[in-house]
Every structure is written in C-alpha cells, then in structure tokens.
Design a protein around this ligand. Structure first.
Ligand code: URA
Length: 189
C-alpha cells in the first residue's frame, strides 16, 4: 500500500516483473489528475506511447481526447488515464495473461490513491480484466456495473473505432451516458 504517487511512481519505474520491461523505451505510468473522480483504463502502450511515455498519444489517443472534450473531460484537468500493462507489448499484440498479472498491481495501487468514483474500460482487454472475464464490448458497452464503491463501464477501444467507423455513434452514446452519470452523482468536474 502506497501513501503517495511519488513513491508508487518510483517503484513502478524500476519494475522488471515481466519481459516487457526489457524491450520498453519508456514505461507508461499514466497521465492526468491524480485526484480525478473518473479513471480511464486502456490495454497497454503502443509505439507512440512507448516513445513518449504517455498513454494514448497516437491517432487513437487523439480520438479519445475528442470524445472526452465532447463531455467536458480533459486529461490535463479532470480525468486520469492509465493502462492494464505499463510497457509496450511487441508489435502491439494483446498483453499476455502473465504480463497482465505481473502488472495489474500497479494499476490497483494507482486506483487506491486516485479513489475514482467511475472507471471506464477502453476495449475488451481492460473490460475483461476489470469488469468480468466474459465481458463482450459489442453487447455490454455503456452499461454501468457497481463493484465495491466504484461504478465500472466498458466501451469501445478508440483504436477499434478508427478501424470500424460504424461503432462511433454507439461510442459517442456511451460517453453521453457517462456525462449523465457524472451529473447524477453530482461529480464536480
Ligand atoms: N492503446 C491503449 O490501450 N493504450 C494506450 O496508451 C495507447 C493505445
């Protein structure tokens, strides 16, 4: 259990718990407001993220920023963004079960410090890890599920939206649902 982000970040940056640590350029810890009420979780860094050390900075990240903006959210102001694994899997393959298992504790510790009211899972990997192992994004996207004190919602991964434009309207509806939930819970942005 960590008391603050400085200590957590220091230990995380030294992590060598799985082989992804050997091929990383930068560890991608997370970005945003460390006291945000809303936490977004993706699967793992891609090439741009590995090079820059920040989550969602490539094309998919630009799209995520647009969706955030539509509902008054901003990575520099009122949300935190992290990933299931902190180091880039080679050729952007899905992170392996062992890699996720080795890394998930860093996200748990981040979550304990941030204390979000809502966690939005971006894509299947995050939703299956954090909501339920059989989560189907196409069927269950946009639904809020309470676990402990936190409301979880899974939606499309922005990279999937770049490949499949037809899902963009559903994704936007999920973000608008999220906006409603933020109002309902009287979360100050
Ligand atoms: N895809 C993710 O899941 N996370 C990132 O940080 C970038 C792309």
């Amino acid at each position: 259990m960590y008391e603050n982000f400085t200590e957590l970040r220091k230990d995380c940056f030294a992590c060598q718990k799985c082989p992804l640590s050997e091929t990383r350029t930068n560890l991608v810890f997370g970005v945003g407001n460390e006291t945000a009420d809303i936490l977004f979780v993706g699967e793992g860094p891609g090439e741009n993220e590995d090079l820059q050390g920040e989550p969602f900075v490539g094309k998919a990240g630009k799209l995520l920023d647009k969706y955030l903006e539509v509902i008054d959210l901003d990575r520099n102001k009122n949300v935190y963004i992290a990933n299931i694994v902190k180091c880039r899997p080679p050729q952007n393959r899905d992170p392996l079960e062992d890699e996720q298992e080795a890394c998930i504790n860093w996200l748990r510790e981040q979550t304990k410090l941030i204390k979000p009211k809502i966690i939005v899972c971006l894509g299947r990997i995050a939703a299956q890890r954090l909501i339920s192992p059989d989560f189907k994004v196409t069927r269950q996207h946009g639904q809020f599920i309470k676990k402990g004190n936190i409301l979880f919602m899974g939606t499309f991964h922005p990279a999937a939206l770049l490949r499949n434009e037809a899902q963009k309207a559903d994704a936007l509806a999920d973000f608008q649902n999220l906006r409603e939930k933020i109002k309902e819970l009287e979360i100050k942005l």
